[in-house]
Design a protein around this ligand. Structure first.
Ligand SMILES: [Cu+2]
Length: 209
């Protein structure tokens, strides 16, 4: 695991390519924690999962490179403000159900309480709509969890952004705790399209992948 404290003002120059079809399972390893009910939900959601997989298999979207930590999170110049870049379906990992190349909690973003988070969400998929939201850390369900902070999602998050579209939103990380970054298009979060966002009592913003 790499840990990068985002102290500088580095803008990562990361290009994504839609060439090729990396397929699912690009990141084996770390299992999500404490999600015992998840498998049950997965069983209930088999029908649409198969449908989604069929679509993805037919024409997978996304690029081929996971983002570097310095590109994912950076202070914005103003005090207590941080920019968070979320490229939905940045790679083929988890059949494209990832942010910046990471899903199922493999990316952890840490933001101190009281900081403003300015999110840029881009749908890199060529086959599925996706959205970005920060939600409560509740049980995973096909319908997604509840948005945790005022304004903490892209518009109409259950419909998602069109292919190649970008939307921006900002929120104040006003409560210490553990939350999830998630796609709220039906079925996507439970299929792995989520990561962690922890609001810390102090310190500096950082990200681990
Ligand atoms: Cu999605």
């Amino acid at each position: 695991m790499r840990t990068t404290s985002v102290e500088g003002n580095v803008r990562g120059a990361v290009t994504t390519s839609r060439a090729g079809c990396p397929g699912a399972g690009g990141e084996a390893g770390a299992a999500p924690r404490g999600r015992g009910a998840r498998r049950g939900w997965r069983a209930l959601a088999t029908a649409w999962t198969l449908a989604v997989v069929a679509v993805v298999s037919a024409s997978c979207g996304g690029g081929s490179h996971a983002l570097a930590s310095s590109a994912i999170l950076r202070p914005y110049g103003k005090d207590r403000t941080v920019a968070l870049r979320l490229d939905a379906s940045a790679t083929g990992a988890l059949a494209g159900f990832n942010f910046d190349g990471f899903g199922e909690g493999r990316m952890r973003v840490y933001v101190p309480v009281g900081w403003r988070v300015e999110v840029t969400c881009t749908n890199e998929s060529t086959t599925l709509t996706h959205s970005c939201a920060v939600v409560e850390d509740r049980r995973l369900s096909p319908f997604g969890a509840r948005v945790a902070f005022r304004g903490a999602s892209t518009p109409d998050p259950t419909a998602g952004l069109g292919f190649g579209k970008t939307a921006r939103f900002a929120f104040v990380a006003s409560r210490v705790g553990t939350y999830r970054i998630a796609c709220l298009v039906v079925g996507h979060e439970i299929d792995g399209m989520w990561d962690w966002l922890t609001v810390t009592a102090g310190g500096r913003p950082s990200v681990t992948t």
